[in-house]
Design a protein around this ligand. Structure first.
Ligand code: FES
Ligand code: FES
Length: 180
């Protein structure tokens, strides 16, 4: 079948799509957008997180046909023009990337959070990213990156390592419980 949708602001068409194919497969293998990562294909890790009509979703759980006529935005579309978007840059500056496999999904999830909650408290960050698993960083640098992006968007000076909440070190709390 043919699937037509909008991807990162431009019309996109994929032909010969198998009925059981996922949106993630179409994005990566048919449309040349490898940013969204394929790790579990079961909605557990968040590596494939994209926007679907402005709402975050695991692309591995979306049948390609469900994307027909809809608006998809991937981590590639989080960039502003040819430059990195503020969340992408914050992940680099905060040292929140190691192997990078989780990073695209985390960036989309963090971008979504900051659109909804410009200055989130730490529990809100942890909750928003609870469906995104990282095996490398220990999560603290990821929290730093989101705080940094939020502070920059708000026009405030911020250094990685700062916290708005004295809730102590640790992971993201309910990490491992899929947020979507
Ligand atoms: S690859 Fe989609 S949630 Fe893991
Ligand atoms: S940086 Fe490797 S899984 Fe997160």
């Amino acid at each position: 079948m043919r699937v037509s949708c909008t991807v990162n602001g431009a019309p996109a068409v994929a032909d010969d799509v198998w009925e059981g194919e996922s949106l993630l497969f179409v994005l990566r293998e048919r449309l040349g957008l490898p940013g969204s990562k394929n790790a579990c294909e079961q909605g557990e890790c968040g590596s494939c997180t994209v926007y679907l009509d402005g709402v975050v979703a695991c692309a591995c759980l979306v049948a390609a046909g469900q994307a027909e006529g809809r608006d998809v935005r991937t981590v590639e579309g989080v960039a502003s023009g040819g430059a990195l978007g503020p969340v992408q840059q914050a992940f680099i500056d905060a040292g929140a990337v190691q192997c990078g496999f989780c990073t695209p999904g985390l960036i989309v999830a963090a971008d979504d959070l900051l659109r909804r909650v410009p200055l989130p408290a730490d529990p809100e960050i942890r909750e928003a990213l609870a469906g995104n698993l990282c095996r490398c960083t220990g999560y603290e640098k990821i929290l730093d990156a989101v705080r940094l992006a939020a502070a920059r968007r708000a026009g405030r000076a911020a250094e990685p390592g700062g916290s708005r909440d004295a809730d102590g070190p640790g992971g993201l709390g309910p990490v491992g419980s899929p947020g979507r």
